[in-house]
Every structure is written in C-alpha cells, then in structure tokens.
Design a protein around this ligand. Structure first.
Ligand code: CO8
Length: 261
C-alpha cells in the first residue's frame, strides 16, 4: 500500500510500522525528498487503523541519519531557506504525529538525525550510536529543534558543549545524560524497539495518544499549566469505555478488550 523511494515500510505483528530511512550511500542524510516522504509516510500511518506504533530506524548499522544533505544545501541562500526551505518544516512537523514513534538508532544520529531522534518519543540506542549537533563545524546552527530539545534532554552544560564544539557523544554518555532510554547490542536495536512498541500496541490506542500528548505538553508549558492539563486529560479518560474496561478487568482478573478507536 505504501510506496516511497527513500523510505521503506514494513508492518510487523500486524500493528507496528517499521519505517527505515533508506539513503545508505549518503549515510541516510535527509535530502528534501526523504524529509517529505518521511512526513507523508508518518501522516499516513497516523491515520492507518492497523498501526498502533511506529519504529523509525536507518538502513544498515552505520547510520540512523547524518543530518541534512549538505551537498543539496550548499548552494542555498538565506532567502531560499526562508521561503522554500521546506526540508526543516517537514522534519519539525513530525512532532504532530499522534501515535508513538520509537527511534531505533544504530550508528550516527547527527545534526537533523539527532533532532529527528529527539522528536521521537523514545530512543533505543545501539552500542555504536553517536549523537551530535555538528552544525557549527559547517558554519551554521541546528535548525530542526536541536538548540531547544537537546538542552531539555541533557541539560544546559552538555547541550552547550555539544553544540558549541560540535563534538558528539557516544551511546554510554547519551544514556548517562538521559538522551536515550537504553543501550543495546547493535543487532538488538530494532528488536528492542519493536518489543517496546508491541507492549504499547497492546494498550488502548486512544489512551496512549492522550498520554503522549500530555507528556509532550511538559516540554512546552510551566509546571502549574502542565499539571492542570494532566488533571483534565486524566478526568477525560473517565469518559472512555477503555478506562472502564481497564479498571474492571483488573478488578475482575480478566484481560481487557479495548474498543475505543
Ligand atoms: N550530507 C550529505 N552527504 C553525507 C552526509 C550529509 N550530512 N553525511 C555523510 N554523507 C556522505 C558522504 O559525503 C559520503 O559520500 P561520498 O562517498 O559520495 O563521498 C558518504 O556519506 C559516506 O560518508 P563519509 O565518507 O564521510 O564517511 P565517514 O565514515 O568518513 O564519516 C561522518 C562519517 C563522520 C558521519 C561524516 O560523513 C560526516 O561528518 N557527515 C556530516 C555530518 C553532519 O555534519 N551533519 C549535519 C548536517 S547539517 C544539518 O543537519 C542541519 C540541520 C538543520 C536542519 C535539519 C534538517 C535535517
């Protein structure tokens, strides 16, 4: 059903979409086409009722994504970037996807690659994963959320060090600083991400969407506002059959059947 040139899609366990960035010769760097295809594909998967969760990875084991395609960008000027620089918008708009996205990061997640991983909800890192914002080394700065999301993920000092020096961190440091959820052997990255996705997929899709939206709200709001939103969303789950199912099945020692779509 899905056909893209730079993205591969496989449906796993009937409910998980494994999306692979597939420009291996350019270490899966984002040209305009791949940024557009990734957004288009995620939007389609967001509407596809079979799919409960998305796992995003890069082809091969050398690279998740190496950022924007520098060769494509090299001749652009400021006016072009402001008027037509749709590549960045395509990547930033991934934050609107309502279903959970788990990044399975093998190898390099640099520049836009690190930024896309940070837009994802959970990052599973391989032992060879490398995270960095090297844009200052090529005369620019992160443009797809790196200056804002990295500081929230790893704190000011580490984010500043990474962005001002352009030096990357390895998987172990990424775990230590809270950028990723776990570090696993290279051949277990996708498997681990799929396992987490499967667990999420077994829960009520509507409740998962509400939970994702509420957690993401914490990035954008102050504590009082965030707590208020949380309280109201929590209350709203009491309008769902799935909330009744979940609690009733616990109380009666049976498995829940989720019916809210
Ligand atoms: N763009 C275009 N081509 C790339 C990129 C890239 N970002 N990264 C790697 N490649 C290509 C190389 O040019 C090379 O192609 P060729 O064989 O035709 O010469 C091929 O991939 C293999 O790469 P290397 O030979 O360089 O492999 P090494 O193992 O020697 O080095 C590195 C790997 C260290 C990852 C190195 O390739 C590198 O430093 N790449 C650039 C990383 C980078 O600077 N990324 C940031 C880009 S800027 C950015 O992302 C801006 C973000 C703002 C907007 C967000 C949009 C996505």
């Amino acid at each position: 059903k899905y056909k893209f040139e730079t993205i591969l899609i496989e449906i796993k366990d009937e409910s998980i979409a494994l999306v692979t960035l597939n420009r291996p010769k350019a270490l899966n760097s984002f040209n305009y086409q791949m940024s557009k295809e990734l957004l288009d594909c995620c939007r389609l998967l967001d509407k596809d009722e079979r799919v409960k969760c998305i796992v995003l990875t890069g082809s091969g084991t050398r690279s998740f994504a190496c950022g924007a395609d520098i060769k494509e960008m090299v001749s652009h000027d400021m006016v072009y970037m402001m008027k037509k620089g749709q590549l960045i918008d395509n990547l930033c708009d991934l934050k609107e996807i309502e279903k959970p996205i788990i990044a399975a990061v093998n190898g390099y997640a640099l520049g836009g690659g690190c930024e896309v991983a940070m837009i994802c909800d959970i990052i599973v890192a391989a032992e060879n994963a490398v995270f960095g914002q090297p844009e200052t080394k090529i005369g620019t700065i992160p443009g797809a959320g790196g200056t804002q999301r990295l500081i929230r993920a790893v704190g000011k000092s580490k984010a500043m060090e990474m962005i001002l020096t352009g030096n990357p961190i390895d998987a172990k440091q990424a775990l230590q600083f809270g950028l990723v959820s776990c570090v696993v052997p290279i051949d277990k990255t996708i498997e681990t991400a799929l396992k987490i996705a499967k667990q999420i997929s077994s829960l009520s899709p509507i409740v998962i969407k509400l939970a994702k939206e509420t957690v993401n709200h914490a990035q954008e709001s102050n504590l009082t506002e965030g707590l208020h939103i949380e309280r109201r969303v929590f209350h709203s789950t009491f309008a769902l059959n799935d909330r009744h199912q979940g609690m009733d099945s616990f109380a009666n020692k049976r498995n829940p059947t989720w019916t809210n779509k």
